[in-house]
Design a protein around this ligand. Structure first.
Ligand code: NAP
Length: 287
């Protein structure tokens, strides 16, 4: 429905949102509302702080209140995956949902993190995973999504490096026949190296830390990606760029995972350039 003139939102505005804890820092409502305004849609997005133990109630409310969908962020991705009516293949394999789509009152769990990451690699470095050797640092939710997406896109090898060996094994299993646990020293021979840990993120104790791979060992002919988007370019990514690698920051993944969610909810092609501008300006304002 087209957004009406005058006071808004109205009784007919379609709602989506983002649920998490904390959620105040989330850029999702900004991205959603920017897209809705550019598309002239009578849709609106807000954030919901959902405390531990409240996820089941929140999912019931999404359906009962007629929401079109809901983004899901930390720490609820696994609990939402368990609570929805059905899951896409990707969400099922990851056991994690970052997007709920409501269709005929049923909650469908999707995960757009991996697709968003692949789109950011294409846009940021023209990188296609088919036949390539990839190394992922980390084995949490984001690393798992990235590992599965790279494998599904035809990567020859997806090597996982992580502190906790059990989590490393579980993530590497998502890499299919080319998935295995490896060591940081292997990064020099890879086509793609990804930091999927919070090490280097602004405003956290991890900011002083760098990921396990020494960026001085990386260089020309390699693509190096960091999922962190605040700062837009981490110290580690800057060092990899100085060593000659093509680098991709985390903002592209954020924009493109939102793009996929918006498309799933509205059936329309979101204005990616407008989303990029909004995301870049929001991150610059935080610096
Ligand atoms: P998570 O599930 O908590 O997993 C964190 C992973 O990082 C774990 O494997 C953990 O290792 C490892 N780790 C944590 N601190 C570390 C350190 N100081 N040194 C080495 N390894 C460390 O988190 P997540 O959801 O996967 O998120 C990871 C990062 O990706 C965060 O910075 C997040 O903001 C970012 N992210 C970005 C996007 C985007 O759109 N750009 C989307 C999702 C996530 P152990 O298993 O050994 O504990």
């Amino acid at each position: 429905m087209t957004r009406p003139d005058g006071a808004w939102p109205t009784a007919t505005t379609t709602l989506v949102g983002v649920m998490g804890d904390p959620v105040a820092h989330s850029l999702s409502p900004l991205l959603h509302n920017t897209a809705f305004a550019a598309l002239g849609l009578d849709w609106a997005s807000v954030g919901f702080t959902i405390r531990p133990g409240e996820v089941t109630g929140a999912l019931k409310a999404i359906a009962a209140l007629g929401f079109a969908g809901m983004s899901v962020t930390m720490p609820h991705k696994a609990e939402v995956a368990a609570g929805v009516d059905e899951r896409t293949t990707v969400a099922e394999r990851l056991g994690a949902v970052n997007c709920v789509i409501v269709r005929s009152g049923r909650l469908i769990g999707e995960n757009t993190d991996g697709a968003g990451f692949l789109a950011s690699l294409r846009r940021g470095a023209g990188f296609e995973p088919t036949g390539r050797r990839c190394l992922v640092i980390g084995a949490g939710g984001a690393a798992r999504a990235v590992t599965l997406a790279l494998a599904e896109a035809g990567a020859h090898e997806v090597v996982v490096v992580n502190r906790n060996p059990q989590r490393a094994e579980a993530a590497a299993a998502l890499g299919g026949s080319g998935g295995r646990v490896g060591s940081p020293g292997e990064a020099a021979g890879m086509d793609l190296v990804v930091n999927a840990t919070p090490a280097g993120m602004a405003g956290t104790p991890e900011a002083a830390l760098t990921p396990a791979v020494d960026p001085a060992t990386l260089g020309s002919g390699q693509v190096v990606a960091d999922l962190i988007y605040h700062p837009a370019r981490t110290v580690w990514l800057t060092a990899a760029a100085e060593a000659g690698a093509s680098v991709v920051g985390g903002l592209g993944m954020l924009v493109h995972q939102a793009e996929a969610q918006l498309e799933a909810w509205t059936g329309l092609e979101p204005p990616v350039a407008v989303l990029w501008a909004a995301a870049q300006s929001a991150v610059a304002d935080r610096s």
